[in-house]
Design a protein around this ligand. Structure first.
Ligand code: HEM
Ligand SMILES: [Ca+2]
Ligand SMILES: [Ca+2]
Length: 303
């Protein structure tokens, strides 16, 4: 139902305008590419790709576990929206802005490009509880994460390829420090973590240290969209428990993802191809079309 030429008449400069704003943002802070990519994911997994994540207010998705003090880039989305409103007022949805900005962020980080599908409309609701149950947590096993992907009609290949997004961006100590000292009450660090990395991360995130301190999700190339994330996993150098589970986990889902992680670490072309396909599949999660929803004027509030 979505099409790549949806705005060809109504806003022919849409791609040019979004690309320029994403470029500007990345020039100031390279990490913004990662942050924008993550916004599209967090939007699509809750109520479909409908910009529900962007709504301000009490008990909205912004205050859910995965997003509070973590999701970022909302000001950049505002800038993109304002630029679009100046050229083609009331035309381009906030949900489509997230999809284009995610694609451009990957391209500008050195990753694959694809024809992004458009025509999504913006939803009318945003619910903290829904986000808490739909978004995967870094403390989950591969089976638990796969279940959340299957709930939005994605599969194990999508879990593996899309997790490759962690080839860019940062994570807070609070999202992985449980692996460093007394993992699951074992009295020892997570055995699946490389010991050298363990020591380094113990230095970054000491016991009772600042849980908001950040480190690179890909210790090899944090700003480059490549397949190093997967070679890290093969070497026990995943940062999040949920990352390392994809290669070292013992459950059924991990059996499938382990093979893919190995393949992606050997073949970046295969990773890029699968990532591209999975991004399009994720972007197709329950979009509002036709006369459903609305085209927000301000991505933070309903019209
Ligand atoms: C598979 C389950 C996933 C889990 C459990 C997960 C969890 C996390 C966590 C805990 C962080 C760090 C957040 C923080 O410390 O503030 C993070 C960052 C990030 N995630 Fe995921 N994630 C998953 C999948 C994905 C997917 C599918 C994408 C995109 C396609 C994605 C893109 C990112 C990016 C780019 C960052 C860095 C953001 C930044 O630096 O601002 N993640 N993720
Ligand atoms: Ca949504
Ligand atoms: Ca990388």
């Amino acid at each position: 139902q979505l099409t790549s030429d949806f705005y060809v008449q109504s806003c022919p400069k849409v791609f040019q305008i979004v690309r320029q704003e994403v470029k500007n943002a990345i020039k100031t802070e390279m990490r913004m590419a990662a942050s924008l990519l993550r916004l599209h994911f967090h939007d699509c997994f809750v109520n479909g790709c409908d910009a529900s994540l962007l709504l301000d207010g009490n008990n909205t998705e912004k205050s859910s576990n995965a997003n509070l003090n973590s999701a970022r880039g909302f000001e950049v989305v505002d800038n993109i929206k304002n630029a679009l409103e100046r050229t083609c007022s009331g035309v381009v949805s906030c949900a489509d802005i997230l999809a284009i900005a995610a694609r451009d962020s990957v391209i500008l980080s050195g990753g694959p490009s694809w024809r992004v599908l458009l025509g999504r409309r913006d939803g009318m609701v945003s619910n903290q509880t829904a986000a808490n149950s739909a978004l995967p947590s870094p403390f989950e096993t591969a089976d638990q994460i796969l279940a959340k992907f299957v709930a939005v009609d994605l599969n194990a290949t999508d879990v593996a390829s899309l997790s490759g997004a962690h080839t860019i961006g940062l994570a807070k100590c609070g999202t992985f420090s449980h692996r460093l000292f007394n993992f699951s009450g074992s009295g020892a660090p997570d055995r699946t973590m490389n010991t050298e990395l363990q020591t380094n991360l113990q230095g970054v995130c000491p016991l009772n240290g600042d849980g908001d301190k950040t480190t690179d999700l890909d210790i090899n190339s944090v700003d480059l969209f490549d397949n190093h994330y997967f070679s890290n996993l093969v070497n026990g150098k995943g940062i999040l428990q949920s990352d390392q589970e994809l290669f070292s986990g013992g459950d059924a889902a991990a059996l499938a993802t382990k093979i893919l992680v190995q393949q992606y670490s050997d073949d970046s072309k295969l990773f890029f191809n699968d990532f591209r396909n999975s991004m399009i599949r994720m972007g197709n999660i329950r979009p509002l079309t036709g006369s459903q929803g609305e085209i927000r004027k301000n991505c933070r509030v309903l019209n």
